[in-house]
Ligand binder design. Structure first.
Ligand SMILES: NC(=O)c1ccc[n+]([C@@H]2O[C@H](COP(=O)([O-])OP(=O)(O)OC[C@H]3O[C@@H](n4cnc5c(N)ncnc54)[C@H](OP(=O)(O)O)[C@@H]3O)[C@@H](O)[C@H]2O)c1
Length: 288
């Protein structure tokens, strides 16, 4: 299996690289945006043909939720047009796609965990462009699995964990939003899930199926920050604040917990609790 990892220098792409040696039957091609720009169809197609790629894990995305409000075209280009290019190139080769989407396709009005079949209603540009990417894949009828995930962090790249560790070291107190609830997800766990699914893909015969995946449990950003300080033994007092007191360009769903029953039953994946997985990630960061 010749597997292209797009967006290879991002959090998820880097995590896939870190565990790739555990999957010796897969021949990996890690492409940063400089090597393969998914928005450039010719560049993508010639890379795929040259390397005889038959599967793609799309880790490339425009992920800046607030900036997207001011840069609709840039977000749309990567999250929708780029996805259409991946679909086109795979359709020509009958290839497989694992694509990552987001909990931000929902408006957060639920009070029980979101199922894949629940109504989407993104609140911002990022979520709308990611939803359009999903729709392009579903409409194409290619061999594809879309995994919606939430609140990704990693030992690689920039993320909430790294920001909290930095701010926690600089400040005595920190106000963090307590009225948005979701599930932090270690990108390494998601990377394993993507590779397990791809390894078993041929027995599944899935066309455009959506699955939800995050770590187990629920947290507010305040809970998440408090756990980061606890596990890193950082002496910083985290205070709960309300969304209305922390203005951002993009509105976020107040509730975005994902129901993971389908991915657990169809793929036999066991999922770590978010606190246990966070602890592991902080240990990795501390060793660096
Ligand atoms: N981060 C989260 O909290 C979160 C939550 C839910 C879902 N997700 C989804 O999970 C997936 C992985 O996210 P992540 O956190 O790993 O993202 P990330 O760290 O921001 O990485 C995204 C990568 O995509 C690359 N990229 C951007 N435009 C590209 C293009 N035109 N062609 C090729 N590569 C391009 C970027 O490269 P450059 O840096 O060179 O531009 C970057 O390496 C994404 O689909 C995201 O929407 C993320």
């Amino acid at each position: 299996m010749n597997v292209l990892i797009t967006g290879a220098s991002g959090q998820l792409g880097s995590e896939v690289a870190s565990i790739s040696s555990l999957y010796p039957t897969m021949n990996f091609f890690f492409a940063t945006s400089k090597i393969v720009d998914i928005c450039n169809f010719n560049e993508l197609e010639s890379y795929v043909l040259q390397n005889n790629i038959d599967s793609i894990i799309n880790c490339a995305a425009y992920t800046q939720v607030d900036k997207a409000e001011e840069e609709f075209d840039a977000a749309e280009k990567v999250n929708s047009v780029g996805v259409a290019n991946l679909v086109k190139v795979l359709k020509n080769r009958n290839g497989k796609l694992i694509h990552i989407s987001t909990d931000y396709v929902f408006d957060g009005k639920n009070y029980i965990p979101y199922k894949e079949s629940d109504l989407t209603n993104p609140l911002g540009v990022y979520g709308r462009t990611k939803l359009k990417g999903e729709e392009i894949i579903i409409d194409s009828d290619i061999n594809a699995i879309i995994i919606r995930t939430s609140w990704l962090y990693s030992e690689f790249g920039n993320n909430f964990v790294k920001t909290m560790l930095r701010l926690g070291g600089e400040r005595e107190t920190l106000g963090v939003i307590a009225d948005q609830v979701g599930t932090p997800t270690n990108a390494k766990d998601l990377a394993y899930t993507c590779l397990e699914i791809l390894s078993n893909y041929d027995q599944l015969n899935k066309k455009g199926s959506i699955y939800h995946y995050s770590n187990e449990g629920a947290a507010s950003w305040y809970d998440f920050a408090t756990a980061i300080m606890e596990f890193s033994k950082t002496d910083c007092n985290v205070l709960p604040i309300e969304t209305k007191d922390y203005q951002t360009l993009a509105e976020r769903p107040p509730y975005s917990i994902l129901n993971k029953s389908n991915i657990k039953s169809d793929f036999d994946v066991s999922i770590l609790n978010w606190r246990a997985s966070l602890k592991k990630c902080i240990k990795k960061i501390e060793k660096k």
